[in-house]
Design a protein around this ligand. Structure first.
Ligand SMILES: *Cc1c(COP(=O)(O)O)cnc(C)c1O
Length: 385
C-alpha cells in the first residue's frame, strides 16, 4: 500500500509539475483548507502571518474556495472576471497588496476557459509576496498538455475522484491530493511516506513518536493516513493502464467532446462566453427563461430524455447556467443523442413551454421538494409500509 501511494505521489508530482505531494486531503475542499493552512505556516515562518490577512478569489470560483479561506480565518476579496470570462488582471493588481496571503485560481476556470494570462497573474501575486493556489479540479483538460507548476502556481490540488476514473458526481468518497513546490514542503501534513535505499517503504512516524518536535513545521495531520485508499488505487490503476500517451489522449478527447457539443448547441442556447472551450462549457438558458422555461426545467426535462442533467446555476456569474462536461469517455453517438435531446427541449421551450414544467414525468420520482429535503432530510432508509 505504501509503495503504491508513494508511486502515486511521484506520478501526481510529474503531472502537476510540482515537487512534493500529500495524499492526505480527502476532497478538493479539504485540500484547499490544507493548502491555506500551509500558506499560513509559510507566512508565519517569515514573520508575516499577522500582516497577511486576505485571500483573493475570482468571482467565477467554486464556492469551496472562499469558504475554505474563511474557515482558515482569512478575509476574502473577490475580483471580477473580464468580458472574456477570465481574471481581470487590472482588477487583480488593484486588489493586491502587502496584506495578501494568496490568490486562488482555477485553470481552466469554471467556465471552461483557459486563463490566458496565468503567468502574469502568478507573477503579480508573487510580486507582493503572496502565494498562488491552483484549484486543479479541472485537470482533465491539462493532462500531459500543461502543468500548473510550469505556469507559476505554488501548489495545486488534484481531484482524483474527478480526473482519474472515479465517476464524476458519484457522490461517494473522494481524494484531493495536494501537490506543492519545494518551498512549501516543510509545512505539508505528516506523516510522510519515505522510501529507503533498500526499496522498502514506511511512514516517518517512528521518529515523531520519539521526538514530537521532529514534526517541525508541518501543519499536522489533516486526515488519518491514506483515507479513502480505494479511490487512490483506482487513480493509480487508471494512470498506469493509460500510460503517458493515454493520459494526453484523455485530455484531448475531453476537450474535443466539449467543443463538438458546444458547436451543436450554440445556436439553440446562449453561450456564456462564446470561444473555443476546454473540457467543459457553460450555456445560459436565459432565452428559454424568457419563454417560460428555466435552467432547472431544462435539467428536469433531460431526465425524461434519459440523461443525467448537468450542473445548473453554477458558475454564479452566468444567469440560468448549464455547465456541460461530456468527459473523454462518451461516444459520438451519445454526444449526438444528448445534443438532440437539448435541441428538442429548446424547441419545446419555444413552442409549448408549459409542457416542460411537469418534467420529469417518466422518472420514478417527480420533482422533489428541495426546501423540505434541505430542512427535513430523511437520512435513514425505512421499509415502505
Ligand atoms: C469539485 C470542485 C471543488 C471541490 O472539490 P470536492 O472534492 O467536491 O470538495 C473545488 N473547485 C472546483 C473548481 C471544483 O469543480
Amino acid at each position: 500500500m505504501l509503495a503504491l501511494a508513494y508511486e502515486l505521489e511521484q506520478l501526481l508530482a510529474k503531472i502537476s509539475g510540482m515537487d512534493f505531494v500529500s495524499l492526505q486531503p480527502q476532497a478538493g475542499a479539504q485540500s484547499e483548507l490544507t493548502a491555506l493552512l500551509v500558506f499560513k505556516a509559510y507566512h508565519a515562518k517569515r514573520g508575516e502571518a499577522g500582516q497577511r490577512r486576505r485571500i483573493i478569489v475570482p468571482d467565477s470560483a467554486h464556492g469551496t474556495n472562499p469558504a475554505s479561506a474563511a474557515m482558515c480565518g482569512y478575509q476574502v476579496t473577490t475580483v471580477n472576471s473580464d468580458a472574456r470570462g477570465i481574471v481581470d488582471l487590472d482588477a487583480l493588481k488593484a486588489a493586491l497588496g502587502p496584506d495578501v496571503a494568496g490568490f486562488m485560481l482555477t485553470n481552466p476556470n469554471t467556465i471552461g476557459l483557459f486563463e490566458e494570462r496565468v503567468r502574469e497573474v502568478c507573477a503579480a501575486v508573487h510580486d507582493v509576496g503572496g502565494l498562488v493556489y491552483g484549484d486543479g479540479a479541472n485537470m482533465n483538460a491539462l493532462l500531459g498538455i500543461a502543468r500548473p507548476g510550469d505556469l507559476g502556481f505554488d501548489c495545486v490540488h488534484i481531484n482524483v475522484h474527478k480526473t482519474f476514473s472515479t465517476p464524476h458526481g458519484a457522490g461517494g468518497p473522494g481524494a484531493g491530493p495536494l501537490c506543492v513546490k519545494a518551498s512549501l514542503r516543510p509545512f505539508l501534513p505528516k506523516p510522510w511516506i519515505v522510501r529507503e535505499a533498500d526499496g522498502s517503504y514506511h511512514y516517518d512516524t517512528a521518529r515523531e513518536d520519539r521526538e514530537p518536535d521532529a514534526v517541525g513545521e508541518s501543519i499536522g495531520t489533516i486526515k488519518q493516513r491514506l483515507g479513502n485508499f480505494g479511490v487512490l488505487v483506482r487513480a493509480y490503476t487508471y494512470m498506469r493502464t493509460l500510460g503517458e500517451e493515454g493520459l494526453v489522449e484523455t485530455a484531448r478527447d475531453a476537450i474535443l467532446a466539449a467543443n463538438y457539443l458546444l458547436a451543436l448547441l450554440r445556436e439553440a442556447y446562449d453561450v456564456a462566453y462564446d470561444r473555443s472551450c476546454m473540457h467543459e462549457f457553460v450555456l445560459s438558458a436565459r432565452r428559454q427563461k424568457q419563454q417560460g422555461v428555466s435552467a432547472l426545467d431544462v435539467a428536469k426535462a433531460l431526465i425524461d430524455e434519459g440523461f443525467h442533467p448537468p450542473t445548473v446555476y453554477f458558475p454564479l456569474i452566468v444567469p440560468e447556467a448549464l455547465m456541460i462536461e461530456p468527459t473523454e469517455t462518451e461516444t459520438k453517438e451519445t454526444l449526438d443523442a444528448f445534443a438532440a435531446a437539448m435541441l428538442r427541449i429548446a424547441e419545446r421551450a419555444r413552442t409549448d413551454p408549459a409542457s416542460v414544467h411537469d418534467a420529469p414525468t417518466k422518472a420514478p420520482l417527480r420533482r422533489l421538494d428541495e426546501v423540505a429535503a434541505a430542512r427535513k432530510p430523511v437520512l435513514r432508509w425505512k421499509r415502505p409500509s
